[in-house]
Design a protein around this ligand. Structure first.
Ligand code: ATP
Ligand code: MG
Length: 778
């Protein structure tokens, strides 16, 4: 009933075929964007099932988004039918939640119903913990602490080790917070996102019996976007595949695909090392490179290749396409962000009018979420359909989070963050003081907040006034009653509806005359709809667990837990609209990874915005931004637009931004500029239309007259924050474009300080503004 092996290889090029057919040793497929890496992964799964007789239950595939996982499953389902459901195709996080739920009894948890804390929940908990430790929130903001703790977890460093390693004050503080935070998580029977991976790795490493079980089961492990794995994920893959020495089981077949040039999550601990050292990690590995790009025109491909070739220490790749040159890239320089947005909107209108594109063919990218606003305003005014992916998401809205907090509390009574979130929402007379009394009791007695709350209801907490005690007793009784609904087997939609009713949450919103509250009620209704749909799909498509190893005795997962799991792991890119939705997609460059669109608008290409200001003085960060540019350009199939604005409001102030250096790095003959920067200064400064640096604000003739390509003018606001570097004659510096140099003269001070630098090669001597250039003192 399968198509023959040949049919499964149909249309693949020889390298792709080789990757699909390869068997046995670990396989690495490295190739540039659009060369069919993801396609190889999907084809390989189909081939494993169809031609090599592999059982779907033996396959574990890791994708970067849940949406990609769903698509992959769908394609395989078309080939093998519902049996595809027993494959584990998901993101790392979803896979780990699933594994941890199955192994809950081996995790020494308070109950198998743990909660998963997202970034917001974990920041709340960190705030609570640092308050208890009396840390100054200005000096140690929760956000910063969260990043440090996350980094430690990504490196699989536990609190004890973190304390051992701490070498300075900040590290010691982080270790202290980490220790307390982890204790709180345990008390709350909760995992944060990073724990999901770390705990799974720990479990597999410390319990050979469990590891063996999964190694026997998953004979094939496939990973997409391998360049963005972090250390913990690397160890996870290693543990799942095994070496064959641990238990005499042949190592599982591993296939990873990726592109080091598209690694853009270093800030989350991702490391290119994993892909670059694959052959060292797996000495038997075979590497296949793909060279044909099936996605983009030659023009787009050349632009992308030229930009990325500026990064050093990378493997040179030859990518070619037979799709022809296609249209030139279209460039536009707007006076401000509104002008830029108006241009983008009118182009979209035109493309759709002429029949060159549908709305759903078009995507618009920006560097950070807050940049969507100007576009949204124009789109709304002109009636262009669009959807913003990411930003303030449905599941981040206050009322939705409150409702989910109730559900989580019903599933996991120990969940402190959820409990404290809704303790007095809607108001029920449990004020801050009462909450503080309970928290102090919990701390004193070393019990969880939930346990302390029960004590309070029983009158065992000192300093609590009788009114608060009664309120708390009422609350405990209410949650117990609601929890009974779950035990009685009511489905999650019914439970949610009852919760909103019985707690008075919905009633309070309905009674309010604030129009915002009306839309809150709508969102809650929407959430009930989501839950109802979830219940229905669950009922019609039960996941047939037919594992190779008998899993009998595992607890059946309730619909409440499954629902919470689904909503807690929604990622930005999971909300990407489908072609049928007929809308333009707006998103950040990070979210765009792995996707493709016939028409792409890359907006806001300005130094300070993109590359991000943070990256300007830091070669490593700048290289990462350049990879982001590569990702952006290579999403386009036929048409690519690049645009920027001369002046943009940021933090409430107009800022003049010079052109992004990445614009300069695209060969000039590939770009047709629809509008360029008006000449406001000496003509020498405008040697290349559209790619000359901004002369607004800093553009007095003395500077403009220098006219050097690398010269950058100072925008008049916003850059003052950049710590000024002090340079003296004789200092050695490095510049990300010109390399090593020596300072031969200095002039001026503050934001206007300049240095004349000799970069040696070819006798290049340049005069530069010290602030805001990618210059590092050695
Ligand atoms: P990225 O690096 O951006 O993730 P990728 O290498 O994963 O890209 P895919 O998304 O798999 O590339 O493929 C890019 C496009 O090329 C897709 O539309 C895919 O269907 C198409 N494609 C890949 N291989 C072939 C082929 N052999 N014949 C025709 N089309 C192909
Ligand atoms: Mg891909």
């Amino acid at each position: 009933r399968f198509p023959g092996p040949e049919a499964l290889l149909d249309g693949l090029n020889p390298q792709q075929r080789a990757a699909v057919e390869h068997s046995g040793s670990p396989l690495l497929v490295v190739a540039g964007a659009g060369s069919g890496k993801t396609k190889v992964l999907t084809s390989r799964i189909a081939y494993l099932l169809g031609a090599r007789g592999v059982h779907p239950g033996q396959i574990m595939a890791i994708t970067f988004t849940n949406k990609a996982a769903a698509e992959m499953k769908e394609r395989v389902s078309a080939l093998v039918g519902p049996r595809a459901n027993v494959m584990w195709v998901s993101t790392f996080h979803s896979m780990c939640v699933r594994l941890l739920r199955r192994e809950a009894k081996n995790l020494d948890l308070r109950s198998s119903n743990f909660s998963v804390y997202d970034a917001d929940d974990s920041r709340r908990l960190i705030t609570l913990v640092s308050r208890e430790l009396d840390l100054d929130p200005k000096r140690y903001p929760a956000r910063t602490l969260a990043v440090h703790i996350s980094n430690l977890k990504n490196e699989l460093i536990d609190p004890v080790e973190a304390a051992d390693r701490a070498g300075n004050d900040l590290e010691r503080r982080v270790a202290e917070v980490y220790t307390a935070y982890q204790r709180r998580l345990t008390e709350s029977n909760s995992f944060d996102f990073d724990d999901l991976i770390m705990r799974t790795v720990r479990l597999l490493q410390t319990r050979p019996d469990i590891a063996e079980h999964y190694r026997r089961r998953f004979r094939h492990v496939l990973v997409d976007e391998y360049q963005d794995t972090n250390h913990a994920q690397y160890e996870l893959v290693r543990a799942l595949v095994g070496t064959g020495d641990e238990d005499g089981i042949e190592p599982g077949e591993l296939c990873v695909v990726g592109d080091a040039d598209q690694s853009i999550y270093a800030f989350r601990g991702a490391t290119i090392r994993n892909i670059e050292e694959f052959e060292r990690d797996y000495p038997q590995a075979r590497t296949i490179t793909l060279e044909q790009n099936y996605r983009s025109t030659q023009t787009i491909l050349t632009a992308a290749n030229t930009v990325i070739s500026r990064n050093s220490n990378r493997r040179e790749k030859r990518l070619w396409t037979d799709l022809g040159d296609g249209d030139k890239i279209v460039g536009y320089v707007g006076d401000n962000e509104h002008d830029e947005a108006a241009f983008v909107a009118s182009e979209i209108d035109r493309l759709v009018d002429t029949g060159d594109a549908n709305f759903s063919d078009i995507a618009l990218f920006y560097r950070t979420n807050n940049n969507s606003r100007a576009f949204e305003e124009v789109f709304i005014r002109l009636g262009l359909p669009y959807r913003v992916v990411g930003g303030v998401r449905f599941y981040e809205r206050r009322e939705v989070r409150d409702a989910l907090a109730y559900l989580r509390l019903l599933s996991n009574p120990e969940d402190t963050v959820s409990l404290r979130r809704i303790l007095n929402v809607p108001k029920r007379g449990i004020g801050d003081r009462a909450e503080a009394c309970v928290a102090a009791h919990a701390e004193r007695e070393r019990v969880s907040f939930a346990a302390a709350l029960r004590d309070a209801a029983d009158g065992k907490v000192s300093l609590l006034n009788p009114r608060s005690q009664r309120a708390i007793a009422g609350f405990v009784e209410l949650t117990d009653e609601l929890r009974a609904l779950v035990t009685d087997g009511k489905d999650v939609a019914e439970v949610l509806d009852t919760v909103l009713e019985r707690t008075g949450y919905r009633g309070e919103l309905e009674a309010s005359d604030d129009p915002q509250d009306a839309s809150r009620v709508d969102n809650l209704t929407e959430l009930i709809t989501v839950a109802r749909e979830f219940v229905q799909t669950e009922a019609t498509a039960p996941e047939p667990e037919e594992p190779v190893i008998d899993d009998a005795g595992q607890p059946v997962q309730g619909s409440l837990e499954a629902f919470l799991e689904r909503v807690s792991l929604v990622a930005d890119s999971d909300q990407t609209p489908d072609a049928g939705d007929g809308v333009v997609t707006m998103m950040t460059l990070h979210t765009a990874k792995g996707l493709e669109f016939p028409v792409v608008f890359c907006t806001g290409w300005e130094d300070g915005l993109f590359p991000h200001q943070r990256a300007l003085g830091d070669p490593a960060e700048l290289a990462e931004e350049r990879r982001l540019a590569y990702v952006g350009i290579t999403r386009a199939r036929q048409r690519l637009y690049v645009s920027r604005a001369l002046v943009r409001s940021a933090w409430g102030q107009p800022m003049a931004n010079p052109a992004s250096r990445f614009l300069d790095e695209i060969p000039a003959d590939l770009v047709e500029w629809k509008r360029v920067e008006p000449v406001r200064s000496a003509p020498t400064a405008a040697t290349r239309w559209g790619s000359n640096r901004s002369q607004v604000g800093g553009g007095d003739s003395a500077q403009a007259g220098l006219g050097a390509r690398g010269m950058r003018s100072t925008p008049f606001k916003g850059w003052q924050d950049t710590p000024a570097m002090k340079l003296d004659v004789g200092d050695r510096v490095t510049h990300d474009k010109y390399g090593l140099g020596t300072v031969i003269a200095t002039d001026g001070s503050g934001p206007r300080a300049t240095a004349t630098i000799d970069f040696g090669t070819g006798g290049t001597v340049r005069l530069m503004l010290i602030g805001g250039v990618p210059l590092t003192k050695l």
